[in-house]
Every structure is written in structure tokens, then in C-alpha cells.
Design a protein. Sequence first.
Length: 324
Amino acid sequence: MNSVQCELCPKACLLAPGESGDCRVRVNLDGRMTAVTYGFPCAVHVDPVEKKPLYHFQPGTLALSLATAGCNLHCLNCQNWEISQADPETVAASPVSPAQLTELAQEQQCRSIAYTYTDPVVFYEYTYDSARTARKAGLKNLAVSAGYINRRPLEELCNVIDAATIDVKAMSDKFYREVCGGTLKPVLEALVTYKRCGVWLEVSNLVLPTMNDRDEDFKHLAAWMKTNLGPETPLHFLRFFPHYRMRELPPTPEATLRRAREIAQAEGMKYVYIGNLADADAGVTRCPHCHRPVIERSGYSLQHNFLRQGKCPDCGTAIAGVWE
């Protein structure tokens, strides 16, 4: 029968010849698991690193950002659903080799390459080969992911990834099953793996009105992060806007996002931000000791970086991050 078992993510798709997995990307071709989007990104852009969001990793620099079609989750609120939930053959894509990605990043004066927009889990081999090539050229590699991946392939990937932003959808397995088509436990395990492997880690949480916006939700996430990832791990609460199959929900109220930040800070998280909100304080990094603003941002734009060798210029407290 020549069926092939995919071992990349927790869905563990068993594929008959010619069959594709739940992600639509990984296909059993002649008894071999093949990622049919390898080398064919459907999106390539230059973004500020702050857009990932990464606030404590080389602030003010540019990242060449790319994606291929497909995803192993099916979030009802996905903002990139046109490519993440599409069959690869229906999405326009162009051939770009790992070496060409590095060359393009250098031409565009990017300090890093970000594997993002859909999820680098499903274009794993392309991500790995591109990251290895980029690292040899002195570039950094960034993973922007939902973290739905098995431990062994993730450990291998961590050898070539420098920083990651992982989107925790909710601290609820029920939410993952009903809204995303996944489960919570593998995501939490992936976060711990990234941390253990020495990858700089930041966490995002898109706040959906009536679905994951209770005070207990924010407290649970912050408490888990403090215990398992450390209080210096940046946390980004992101404002939701109606998308895809959740157009009936309203945008997240600003007051909810501010309350989320206050709760996370009360739980001991040192760096908590609000994204997708036009607020002068939403993206400010403050010294956790003296509370002086050490980095100021406007949207995705870096306005001022007052750090001196990664430390607060007033009290000398080290600010967690990768600043060079």
C-alpha cells in the first residue's frame, strides 16, 4: 500500500499514495513524504522585525519575511486565510531557492529572515534549509508560528532558529479544538522546547471578545508563562479585528487589552505589550526596576532606543533580549 506516516506535527496524518495531509502541503509521492511547496513561497516581503512581533530582538532592523501555502491549523479567525487555508496549486507562487532567499535578504539590507504569515511548521524542510544557508551568511532566522509541532523535529529546527514568536491561541483545549482544529498541550510543550534550546522567545495572544477574554484567561496565561518560560519573556496581547469566519465578532475593546496587560503585570510578567492598537504606551519597553522607558515605538516603527549595552541608562538594570 506504501502508506506514509507524517511525524512532523501532532495530527500524525497517515497518507495513502497521492494523498495530502491535513495541512494540504505534505503529500505521499511514490512512498515518500514530500512538501510540495518546497522552494515556492507565495509571499515574500520586507518587514520591520517589530511586526512579527519581536520587541526584544534586534529592534529597528528589517526581516525578509516569507510563507508558502498551507497550515496545519484551521483557525476560524485567520487573517491570512487566503493562503493558509488554500490548496497549494491554487495559490500563485514563484521559485526561490534557500540560497536566493539569503541573497535577497542581503540585497534588501535585512538582518534576518522570518518564516511567517502561514506557519513554518508545514514548510519545515524549506525553513530548515533556508535558515541553515542564511546562518552561514551571518543572518539571523526568525520563526513566527502557532507552535503545533512535535518535539523531535522542533529540536532539530531550533539548531538554526535564533528567535521565535509563538501565538498561544488560548489556555483552553476546548478553544483549540473548536476554533483552531488542534489541541493545547503540544503548543505548551513547544514553548518549553524553544526555551530549553536557547531560542529567544516571545509570546502573542490574540484576544477574541467573548471567547478568550476573561480575566481568568489572562491570569492563566501569564502565570503559566512566568512558571515555565520566566517572567522576562515578552508577552503581546493583540487586538482582534473581524476576519475569515469570525466576522460577526466586534474588534477587541481597548479596555479589555489594557486590563489584560495589567493582569499579566500583576502576575509578575515584566514585559507586556498591546498590539494592533494606536496607543502611545502600547509598545513602550520599560525598565522593570525603575520603570524608565528604554525603547519607544510607534506601531511597528522604532522611535527611540535608549539602551546602553542592553541596560537601562538610568539604573543599569539588564533588559532581557538580543540587542546586537
